[in-house]
Design a protein. Structure first.
Length: 264
């Protein structure tokens, strides 16, 4: 029976080239690459009734490999632009579970070896401690100032030259809305109001969940937190800077604002 094989080498995903120039994930009975005796092949929830497997390889498929006739390696982020969305999303899930498997080989309580108990849980062979994959939840917010301006910021961690949105991780003991208010105050010094949920997005870089919001400016002057941001400013809809990639919820928030205002 054919199965989808999501094969990773570090952050790169193995893609299969099709005759029409598009890409897909290998769908076949056996793994598309050599599997070592010690390779862990994870069972992932099926996709459209088809079994899904995921595993990691130590050496990527390169141009001088015989496999390069059929396959090529692609960074997971860039696979968004090459794969159908269901396959991209499943690839993200596979990447997260492989990351979790790699980082939970030993028990955090007693140091004993961890073994799979179910497809998504492990149990310590010594003390019985059981663990499941953990998500880092983050909030991200588009702040509006009237109908035509929004607050955009350039983070110090950004690898490309673009302006994104205020974002940060949710802390223990706070709601998502409280996290939005806190992050905005910490990074910009302004207060916001009318916080409203937009959408959420898995963010497998490496194991995140992004929760998106819109909010309205309430009061205060911009004071950028230099440890987190290079700069932040209000931008008019007709003079926007370079924006985040299409794959991000940040871009979807901005695009939705532009489309909604254009319809009104």
């Amino acid at each position: 029976m054919k199965k989808y094989y999501f094969v990773f080498c570090k952050d790169d995903l193995l893609l299969e080239r099709q005759e029409d120039g598009t890409y897909t994930i290998p769908l076949q009975e056996e793994p598309p690459t050599e599997v070592k005796p010690w390779t862990v092949i994870l069972n992932i929830t099926p996709l459209d009734g088809i079994e899904v497997k995921a595993y990691a390889i130590d050496t990527p498929v390169t141009d001088d490999s015989p496999l390069s006739i059929f396959y090529e390696m692609c960074p997971l982020r860039q696979s968004y632009y090459k794969l159908p969305e269901p396959l991209y999303l499943k690839a993200g899930k596979c990447a997260e579970l492989l990351y979790w498997d790699h980082n939970t080989r030993f028990c955090g309580v007693c140091g004993g070896p961890m073994k799979f108990h179910t497809d998504i849980s492990k149990r310590c062979e010594h003390c019985g401690k059981e663990v499941w994959p953990q998500l880092a939840t983050a909030v991200i917010v588009l702040i509006h100032k009237g109908p035509d301006e929004v607050l955009l910021a350039k983070g110090r961690s950004f690898k490309r030259d673009f302006f994104g949105l205020i974002a940060g991780f949710v802390e223990t003991g706070e709601t998502l809305e409280q996290a939005v208010e806190r992050e905005v105050m910490e990074e910009t010094g302004i207060r916001i109001k009318n916080i409203r949920y937009f959408d959420s997005q898995p963010w497998p870089y490496p194991s995140g969940l992004m929760v998106g919001f819109n909010a309205d400016y309430a009061e205060g002057e911009l004071h950028v937190q230099r440890e987190e941001l290079k700069k932040a400013a209000w931008f008019h809809r007709d003079h926007l800077p370079n924006l985040p990639e299409k794959l991000s919820i940040a871009r979807r928030l901005i695009d939705h604002w532009l489309e909604t205002e254009n319809r009104s």
